[in-house]
Design a protein around this ligand. Structure first.
Ligand SMILES: [Zn+2]
Length: 188
């Protein structure tokens, strides 16, 4: 059994420190998914885990949202011997362009890298249903929602990361005087 948490920390995909999240809250952990996605030989272990979980389910197609979801849908579909498609952003929702068709009743597994709010993956699932497809399940590499989102679909996660979030005025890391990092911001 793989220790996925250890693997993610070794890659730097899960960083420990003192971070300001986009929500403005502080956290000891930060997830940088591209440290995982840039390593095909490691991300494929996660994709294989998802494929194994759904190997005995009737699935016609694997779909994911751009950008990370393209890579994951492609690799999971390769293991399952199925088709891979992806949904792009358009006017605040997700749509299948490029002639990606879904037939009525087609059974679709919807995948993505990290589940935080579930916004992109749920929008992709809705796009599947809009085309008449049936969403079998959602599946992600890392669920870091800490259970504070409720999803209208079944969710499978290879790894779940429980992240405590703190108000800036009530943050134990601030009290310890650990320097605050703001990941993703541009320092020029
Ligand atoms: Zn803090």
């Amino acid at each position: 059994m793989q220790d996925f948490g250890k693997l993610l920390e070794e890659l730097g995909a899960i960083k420990r420190g003192h971070f300001e999240l986009t929500s403005g809250l502080h956290s000891e952990f930060y997830v940088e998914k591209f440290r995982l996605l840039e390593k095909p030989e490691i991300s494929t272990i996660f994709c294989k885990n998802i494929a194994n979980r759904f190997a005995d389910k009737a699935i016609d197609t694997v779909a994911g949202p751009t950008t990370g979801g393209i890579i994951i849908a492609y690799d999971v579909a390769r293991y399952l011997g199925k088709r891979a498609i992806y949904a792009e952003k358009e006017n605040g929702k997700r749509v299948f362009r490029r002639g990606f068709d879904i037939k009525p009743g087609e059974r679709v597994l919807v995948v993505d890298d990290i589940l935080t709010t579930g916004g992109s993956i749920v929008a992709t699932a809705k796009a599947v249903e809009e085309k008449g497809g049936e969403v079998v399940s959602l599946a992600v590499f890392v669920n870091r929602s800490s259970g504070d989102v409720s999803l209208p679909y079944y969710l499978y996660s290879v790894y779940s990361l429980s992240i405590e979030k703190y108000e800036p005025g009530n943050c134990p890391l601030c009290k310890k005087g650990i320097p605050l990092e703001t990941p993703g911001s541009k320092h020029l």
